[in-house]
Write a new protein. Structure first.
Length: 342
């Protein structure tokens, strides 16, 4: 049985200081990262913030579950004979393991497009073994190795199914991106056309939202009764290793909680979460963009609100206090939450 609902007492909203994550070397603090966050319980409207919940930042890859919704509503993946694994990959920042690459390639083959149709550019696999295998084979990474290629392949499948041009599918005026903005507007309860928009690392549009707005959107994702939304959440939590990879915080949160908590990272130190049982959503941002601070901050925040059981927190202990090693593999420093920092 999971932990109780959000522990916020009787007040509508509560705020504490932002979380400070400290790197200690030889027992002496060396660096510090500040993490802001918001946890929102949809049914009661109660929330808990760490620092400024109105802090605005780009949603980056944490918005992928919502970008996948037009694909699910159309049913194109089902018509291609593809199930929850491909849907999970459509929401992923994957690590380019062979399984990840094979699934992306299968989608492209089904819609008769080459990897060159993907707008996302090549980069080295996030998975160390996969990167080493490419090196040993003397092969350069391709577009399928991009961590966003599953999302892009799913978008291309929708464009083909709708008879939309695949050229420029990433541009804001393309019908596909218009469909994404319509989904976001419905879930957020606001006109997304008026949000500040930028371009993500993979070439897709990405909006800037407050952490509070992101937390509310994820709360809706977690407890929605809509079949397409439930399908996205179910696919992600059933296949966490397809959503990222074995070393990722997002995959390990989902695995440690047996899918009770959904998690999705974004670039520049962003992580969003949702409870599929208790109806809460959360968004956390490392102000300086350092992803390494997310693990200690997330485990601390969820534990302090009784949103992780003792057993679940123990499964995430390596993320709560991650070691920093030197080039010889010796542990020389560690990250942890500053206990008197709020």
């Amino acid at each position: 049985m999971g932990p109780p609902p959000l522990a916020l007492g009787d007040r509508h909203a509560r705020a504490v200081k932002a979380i400070r994550v400290i790197l200690e070397r030889g027992g002496t603090p060396e660096s510090a990262h500040v993490v802001a966050g918001d946890v929102h319980e949809l049914r009661s409207g109660r929330s808990q913030s760490f620092g400024d919940p109105e802090l605005a930042t780009f949603w980056r890859s944490s918005m992928k579950p919502f970008q996948a919704l037009p694909v699910v509503r159309d049913g194109v993946l089902a018509r291609l004979g593809m199930g929850p694994e491909v849907l999970a990959l459509a929401c992923a920042s994957h690590h380019a393991t062979q399984r990840h690459v094979d699934l992306v390639t299968s989608v492209l083959a089904a819609i008769e497009l080459s990897p060159e149709a993907l707008v996302c550019g090549p980069h080295r696999p996030f998975d160390a073994d996969a990167a080493q295998q490419l090196d040993q084979a003397g092969v350069l990474p391709g577009r399928v190795h991009n961590n966003c290629s599953g999302q892009h392949a799913a978008m291309l499948a929708l464009a083909v199914a709708r008879d939309w041009t695949v050229t420029g599918y990433h541009e804001p005026e393309h019908p596909l991106q218009q469909a994404v903005r319509a989904e976001l507007s419905a879930l957020l309860g606001l006109d997304c056309e008026g949000l500040p928009w930028g371009v993500d690392g993979c070439g897709l549009p990405t909006p800037a939202l407050s952490l509070q707005e992101m937390a509310r959107a994820y709360a809706r994702l977690g407890c929605s009764d809509e079949a397409p939304v439930r399908a996205v959440a179910a696919a992600m939590t059933a296949h966490p290793m397809l959503v990222s990879g074995p070393t990722a915080l997002s995959a390990n949160v989902m695995r440690a909680t047996s899918g009770r908590i959904l998690a999705k990272e974004g670039a520049e130190g962003l992580l969003c979460l949702a409870s599929r049982e208790a109806g809460w959503g959360a968004a956390f941002k490392v102000l300086d963009g350092a992803t390494r601070a997310l693990g200690p901050a997330i485990v601390h925040a969820l534990s302090s609100l009784s949103l992780l059981s003792v057993e679940e927190a123990d499964r995430l202990r390596e993320f709560a206090r991650p070691a920093v090693s030197n080039t010889r593999g010796r542990e020389v420093a560690a990250l942890s939450v500053e206990r008197d920092g709020g």
